[in-house]
Design a binder for this molecule. Structure first.
Ligand code: C2E
Ligand code: MG
Ligand code: MG
Length: 401
């Protein structure tokens, strides 16, 4: 088997591969040329001559069928090997819809080639058997199912946003050690017909694959600001914290969206906090630094969410300005387990303090945990131990009862 990245030289007329061979690599042409053909001797039909920069044998990267044509060098030719494994790893991270389209296109292409070769001029009236049209049938069945589910959910989510059918729940962010609320994180919920609720962990990743996330984020910010304004003096001095997706953050209109929402709803900027994950900030640090500075100039505070799940590095934190570090809930879990978790939290809190960041520990499930995290340097906390996310009115009624 050839290794990916390996460079190979072929002399004039030498075969790179032959029709019917098992293939698991493609070739990138660095230098020279190749001829793609079928048959042999007098029966040879040349399909194409390819030159530097082109790719040959690429169908083997997507399915496992034998080579459908032969390829030979014209003059001295240099090729670089690309492996199926290399592509499969990348394909797995590609949206299922793109994968399905790719597999379907290749399947149809193979069928069309088969017809041309066998002299069939008109498309055959029969339905092409699935296994013939789509060579990796089991993979495709799973893909097709996934794509169908995804498309249906996408359409329902689009309708839900348009119909204002999503809801916001709120979870208090409290001052430790006593647990008095200072703000509330807005967490979106999607109620469905059977009385249940779909968790954002399920539909946010889906929305993020499409532009739906932009509408969703815009809806959430607006609704959160409106909910807070509607409470009047009841929430005086407290803030609302809104999660912003990477896609929304990367939009050139992100600043305008936030500013105009504050203006139209009347919420003072000091009462709004935006939560961004480390990954979002680090995917374009220059853009992040600029946008965060502008938002802070407006008076909004910035929290780095789920700290510790991505880059887990304090080294970059001084390169842009944030106000709050939200320690991922896995840290509270580690502290529950034993002293090494506690040491890590103490270390991160000390560094954050040096950088002027307030530390909020997420996922506190009991009062005693909150007190322990406070001793380790977390000034604020959030978790089921104080309150589960719920509608704002219910949360406030409970706390006043
Ligand atoms: P997140 O921003 O880190 O939100 C905290 C998550 O931890 C919430 O899950 C919350 O219910 C959960 N949680 C809070 N306290 C505890 C605890 O003590 N123990 C445990 N085990 N979990 C706790 P939720 O609501 O399912 O949200 C999941 C994620 O979905 C959020 O993580 C956030 O990344 C995203 N998300 C939620 N709402 C929105 C939204 O409006 N817009 C965007 N873009 N993302 C959102
Ligand atoms: Mg959050
Ligand atoms: Mg979080």
């Amino acid at each position: 088997m050839l290794d990916a990245g390996q460079r190979r030289t072929y002399e004039d007329g030498e075969l790179v591969f032959a029709e019917g061979d098992a293939g698991d690599v493609a070739y990138l042409l660095d230098d020279g040329a190749v001829e793609v053909f079928t048959g042999s001797g007098d029966q040879r039909t040349v399909f194409a001559t390819l030159g530097p920069g082109e790719i040959v044998g690429e169908m083997a990267l997507i399915d496992t069928r034998p080579r459908s044509a032969s390829v030979r060098a014209i003059g001295t030719t240099k090729l670089t090997v690309i492996s199926r494994e290399g592509l499969s790893d990348r394909l797995e991270s590609v949206d299922p819809m793109v994968q399905l389209v790719l597999h379907s296109m290749l399947g149809r292409f193979r069928v069309a080639m088969h017809r041309v070769r066998s002299g069939e001029e008109e498309p055959a009236p029969r339905r092409v058997p699935e296994a013939e049209a789509l060579p990796n049938a089991p993979v495709n069945e799973a893909l097709r199912h996934g794509v169908l589910q995804q498309s249906r959910m996408e359409a329902r989510l689009r309708d839900a946003i348009a119909a204002d059918a999503l809801e916001l729940h709120y979870q208090p962010i409290v001052k430790l050690p006593l647990g008095k609320p200072v703000g509330y994180e807005a967490l979106v919920r999607w109620p469905v017909a059977d009385g249940g609720v779909i968790s954002p962990a399920e539909f946010i990743p889906l929305a993020e694959q499409t532009s739906l996330i932009l509408e969703l984020d815009a809806w959430v910010i607006r609704r959160a600001c409106m909910d807070f304004m509607a409470q009047g003096r009841r929430l005086a001095g407290q803030y609302v914290s809104v999660n912003l997706s990477g896609r929304q953050f990367a939009q050139p209109t992100a600043y305008d969206l936030i500013e105009s929402t504050l203006q139209s709803t009347g919420l003072p900027p000091e009462r709004l906090q935006i939560e961004l994950t480390e990954g979002v900030v680090m995917s374009d640090p220059d853009h992040a630094a600029e946008l965060l500075a502008e938002l802070q100039k407006l008076g909004i505070s910035i929290a780095i969410d789920d700290f510790g799940t991505g880059y887990s590095s304090l080294a970059y934190l001084h390169t842009f300005s944030a106000d709050v570090l939200k320690l991922d809930l896995s840290f509270a879990r580690e502290v529950r387990k034993g002293p090494s978790g506690a040491r890590i939290v103490r270390g991160i809190s000390a560094m954050a303090d040096e950088l002027g960041l307030r530390v909020v520990a997420e996922g506190i499930e009991a009062d005693a945990e909150g007190r322990q995290l406070y001793k380790l340097g977390c000034g604020w906390g959030q978790g089921f131990g104080y309150a589960r996310p719920q509608p704002l009115a219910q949360l406030l009624d409970d706390s006043e009862a």
